[in-house]
Design a protein around this ligand. Sequence first.
Ligand code: C5P
Length: 215
Amino acid sequence: MPDLILALDVTEKKKALAIAEACAPHIDAIKVGYPLALAAGLSIAGDLKKTGLPLIADFKVADIPNTNQLICDQVFLAGFSAIICQGFCGMDSVKACVASARTHHGECYVVAEMSHPGGKEFFSGGIAEQIAANAVIAGADGIIAPATRPDRVAVLRGFVGDKKILSPGVGTQGGSVDSIAELVDGIIVGRSIYDAPDPAAAAQSYAAARRRQKR
Ligand code: C5P
């Protein structure tokens, strides 16, 4: 059964914390990206830690190795348990993120392919496959691959073996739990939960849907 990960892209700190607390019993991790981190500061990790859930920093880190390492160190010191980086900057840049994760006993995930329509422009044609293979060689914990294109996730699974695949794009972007759950280790859902009239009920129904799947 894949984890259910809430993408908490809410820019009001109070609202974000209320949604996190309400959804916590139904989810396995919280993903924080630039929208919330820029609005509330990195210290939001300390506030969200009260849920007891792992916190994934989705900063899609994409710089030279030294800068990547400095960024990741700050993320882990703030209390996050995992970092998401981009793979297109090369193996050395990914390795720097992995090294920081190891130092701080955290995890590192590499974006292999984006989930939105434009994600096909540059990641197709073998690039995503190469990024996925590099993520394995660099020692990353897994990759990010699009729930909007299960066929692509199946291809990328062939490159990462038992490494984890976390998959955004379920709900608002058009991906479905039924078509992706058996291929991945984590399903990332944002707007379809936090914009729902009752986010906790929406989280509960996604949790139930992925429970019906085998993986
Ligand atoms: O609201 P929605 O469910 O579409 O949110 C998806 C989340 O996953 C957002 O935080 C988005 O930035 C992130 N993401 C994505 N596609 C990727 C990588 C991350 O949608 N390839």
